[in-house]
Ligand binder design. Structure first.
Ligand code: NAI
Length: 479
């Protein structure tokens, strides 16, 4: 059997310690790998590269297609981009798969039966990083949800469930508030769920869903959700299993895949030799299954399970009574190495056969089409210390034929006509202008020109469309 080329990055903080342990165990288990190392993250940022990754590293990643990555430090502020997000998006790693299971009674948890897999959309949502500051005191972050993006992740969740003999997929959204964006995600989920009648499907509003993940995680099987919700829910789920040090994160695309631990660089314990390498090691097990080395994955995973059930635990897992020995990273690695070839006797042993390999996904469905009609425009205006009645009377004489002022809102709340005295207003106002006759882009352009000439400081505009007579825009609170 030929060796599989993979790219490895040792990362920052505890990254090098846990990667060394992981690679040594993989080698001892006779993983058939050719390893190319790249340097990304902290040192590369320090060299002035704002993305934390240089062209030569991209070449290696593109050549090998499979990436085993230790955690990376992302500098805060200063225009630096999150390397993790960049890699996921550039390589089209749309599915983030995060299995979280309990290892009761060897690792203490209140939820001994929990075994949940979170399938998190990895490219869209608020992670577009599309943010603006419009006025000195008002900012915005754009949440993008697309039908193909939602379709791909929902289908991935069902295909994953089918391939791994899972019985139920739960969709978590907040479509009672974000009726258009989360509404689209849920609508797409329902369409895809209908194609898998043998798998149960259900929906939770994400806030109560997250609470249930914390309180009764054993009721979930596979959870599919948007990017930010998935980020939060999977950290909760990992913590509930006993430690964030156990969390695994597989990032899967059609061509590329990246495997890592769920946790970060743990700067508080970096260099102390006490980090738990389990998240990265179990991430590498998922990698081995993905590349068709199920035999090696099985060897590594069973050796790890045996170590855990023997009570040999790093400090994050160690509990008087359940653990037998508290060890650092190197001794934990040695314990796993000593158990290569062993099977757990109390925890269930895993069996991957030859490895299922990567899931093969069908092509995306045809995009939906609809009759799209421009019916109005929202014009956002920066006006400091402005009385809304004055603003309305400033605007109204300068409306062009065919457009009327329907409402003014502030921070999403209708404030004209009829502002409640209690409503807090910022300096960014939204004028909602609706067409009284059929309108087109020229009307909007003329209106912007006319209001600008009157001295209004227009920050941005949003066109308002109907799709087959259904509004493609939300109403303001109170509209
Ligand atoms: P963190 O996950 O690094 O640490 C949170 C807490 O968990 C700390 O108390 C830490 O000691 C502990 N912990 C984490 N991993 C552990 C392990 N393997 N063994 C034992 N204890 C462990 O999260 P934090 O502090 O928010 O982030 C630190 C840095 O990591 C930041 O620069 C962040 O950008 C980066 N980060 C990178 C990620 C990646 O590369 N995928 C993911 C998350 C954060």
């Amino acid at each position: 059997m030929t060796d599989t080329p993979i790219t490895v990055a040792r990362g920052n903080g505890i990254g090098p310690e846990i990667m060394d342990a992981t690679l040594e165990i993989l080698q001892a288990a006779k993983a058939r790998l050719v390893i190319d190392e790249i340097e990304i993250g902290e040192e590369v940022y320090k060299r002035g590269c704002m993305t934390g990754i240089e062209d030569s590293a991209w070449e290696t990643l593109r050549k090998n297609k499979i990436f085993l990555k230790a955690p990376i430090f992302t500098p805060m502020g200063g225009g630096f981009k999150s390397l993790n997000v960049t890699v996921r998006k550039t390589l089209g790693l749309y599915a983030n798969v995060r299995p979280c299971r309990a290892f009761h009674p060897f690792i203490q948890t209140h939820h001994p039966k929990m075994d949940v897999v979170i399938v998190r959309e990895n490219e869209e949502d608020l992670y577009g990083g599309i943010e603006y500051k419009y006025t000195p005191n008002v900012t915005e972050s754009l949440k993008l949800i697309s039908r193909p993006g939602s379709e791909r992740i929902c289908r991935y969740a069902f295909e994953y469930a089918k391939a791994n003999d899972r019985k139920k997929v739960t969709c978590m959204v907040k479509d009672n508030i974000m009726k258009i964006s989360d509404g689209l995600f849920y609508e797409t989920f329902l369409e895809i769920a209908a194609e898998y009648p043998d798998i149960e499907s259900e929906r939770y509003i994400v806030d109560i869903g997250a609470a249930h993940v914390a309180a009764r995680p054993e009721t979930f099987d596979v959870i599919v959700t948007e990017n930010l919700y998935g980020d939060i829910i999977s950290d909760i789920a990992a913590e509930v299993t006993g430690s964030v040090g156990l969390g695994i994160s597989a990032n899967i695309g059609d061509e590329f895949a990246m495997f890592e631990a769920m946790h970060g660089t743990a700067p508080d314990i970096a260099g102390m030799g006490i980090a738990n390498p389990s998240g990265l090691l179990l991430g590498s097990v998922m990698m081995l299954v993905h590349i068709g080395q199920g035999d090696v994955a099985e060897t590594v995973h069973n050796a790890w399970l045996k170590t855990i059930e023997d009570g040999i635990h790093t400090g994050d897992l160690y509990k008087e009574g359940t653990s037998t020995k508290r060890v650092g990273t190197a001794d934990f690695k040695t314990a796993v190495l000593e158990r290569i070839g062993d099977q757990p006797t109390k925890l269930s042993a895993v069996s991957y056969g030859e490895g299922k390999g990567a899931l093969v996904m069908p092509p995306l469905k045809e995009r939906v089409d609809a009759q799209r009609k421009l019916v109005g425009t929202d014009i956002f205006v920066y006006a400091k210390d402005k009385n809304v009645e004055v603003l309305a009377s400033d605007v109204q004489p300068h409306l062009i034929d065919g457009l009327e002022l329907s409402i003014i809102s502030n921070r999403g709340v209708k404030v004209w006509p009829g502002k409640a005295p209690e409503t807090l207003c910022s300096e960014l106002w939204r004028l909602r202008l609706m067409g009284t006759v059929p309108i087109n882009g020229t009307h909007v352009a003329q209106q912007i020109t006319s209001l600008t000439e009157q001295g209004l400081d227009i920050v941005k505009t949003h066109n308002l469309y109907k799709f087959d007579e259904e509004n493609g825009f939300s109403k303001a609170q109170g509209e």
